[in-house]
Design a protein around this ligand. Structure first.
Ligand code: GDP
Length: 192
């Protein structure tokens, strides 16, 4: 599969702002601010600016819907874990993300984790929550170009002290050189 069409549909904060169509599978992207979410969405859709990339973490506070190939949605959720914001703003993000994840839309959640970092408390909380609520999800490790194979191997060992997973069940991605793009597209196709 190749992504030929990627069109912005709508920004929403609340359930009543989500698109009315329920027949399309929704692939949602979540992760800590700066994990590389916008870059990944742009890379996989072959677009430079579909999702905004920014060096200021936590700028996007909306749920952005994109219609892909006129067949399914990408849902860009606000990044979490940005330290320098007031608690009220954080609570609001939590609600925006939580409302979406609890909605009974046909969805699969991609949880993005920076391969160079041990998952944060918020990452682990997110994964536990998805597990507990039986929401389908898939882990994508981002920025894999930043590590050599040897470093990657060592880092995965470190990460596994906090998080149990099989290397074959996760995806590895680089938006810089598109490593993992085909695997991600194949995975999406299988899960439409
Ligand atoms: P977001 O906040 O999760 O949307 O993160 P962005 O996509 O804006 O990326 C945050 C920073 O990481 C930017 O400076 C990007 O250029 C950089 N970045 C994102 N993905 C990659 C990647 O795969 N490889 C490298 N080397 N840098 C990346």
């Amino acid at each position: 599969m190749e992504i030929k069409h990627a069109d912005f549909v709508i920004s929403a904060v609340e359930k009543n702002g989500y698109p009315e169509q329920l027949e399309y599978t929704e692939f949602a992207f979540v992760g800590k601010s700066n994990v590389g979410k916008s870059s990944l969405i742009n890379s996989v859709t072959n677009r430079k600016k579909l999702a905004k990339t920014s060096k200021t973490p936590g700028r996007t506070q909306l749920i952005n819907y994109f219609l892909i190939n006129k067949k399914f949605y990408f849902v860009d959720l606000p990044g979490y874990g940005f330290a320098k914001v007031p608690k009220a703003v954080k609570d609001n993000w939590g609600k925006i993300i939580g409302d979406y994840l609890q909605s009974d839309r046909k969805k699969l959640v991609f949880v993005l984790l920076d391969i160079r970092r041990v998952p944060s408390g918020e990452d682990l909380e997110m994964l536990r929550w998805l597990e507990h609520n039986e929401v389908d999800y898939k882990i994508i490790f981002t920025k894999v170009d930043k590590l050599s194979n040897n470093e990657k191997f060592k880092q995965l060992k470190e990460i596994k002290k906090k998080l149990v997973f099989d290397n074959n069940d996760v995806l590895f991605y680089s938006s810089l050189n598109n490593t993992g793009k085909q695997e991600l597209l194949d995975f999406i196709k299988e899960n439409l």
